[in-house]
Write a protein that binds this ligand. Sequence first.
Ligand code: MN
Length: 240
Amino acid sequence: MNDDLVAHATRELVLANRILAREDVIDDFGHVSLRHPTNPDRYLLSRSRSPVAVTSDDIMEFELDGTPVDQRGRRVYSERAIHGTIYMARPDVRAVIHHHARAIIPFTVTKLVLKPVFHMGSVMGATVPVWDSQDEFGDTNMLVDDLPRGHSLARALGPHRSVLLARHGACNVGHNLRAAVFTAVYMKDNAAMVLASLPHGPVSYLTPGETEKTAAMLLSDMPLARAWDYWLTRANFAGL
Ligand code: MN
């Protein structure tokens, strides 16, 4: 039973890697993790490789402090601290995505605030905090590659579903894997639509109330299943 659950989680995580690559959320870098299905003190994450190429054999198990359970010489992502520290801080979170989707970068380098501008963008949340490593750590290599930086980022995320990393990228979390993928894909699309709208005059954003009600609807099982089916087909995994 335990093995079945792990095998299923592993397969879903491989599909999430491929989907996020196909949808241009992650590219040669970026990663997605899933809390272990039976041990909440561990998570599943690929070995260090481009998500577009991840297979079941690449999926590894980690302690929340980032220690690989059975490394077997495999190289691991240096930014895995992002995942474990968020799982420590947020018992409600079952999946974490870190990416550098280009459309969100303008919101990490200007005072422009990222807010939902169309109904699908509501999933990222009414508030998307910005974490700047300069505030606590000064000049760094910009990577969240140790636990202190991970904890700092997790504090900035707080109770939200998304957080921006100044001059770097973003993280999205979900109560399950599909919700996290949905949030990442539509935050990226929402960012592109804000940028497309701004030159044409004052932008009308969703109200906080609209955001909350719409996100609750979209992050329920039926819309998540519909979107997952679409993404699988686009990623050439239909019927799996
Ligand atoms: Mn990064």
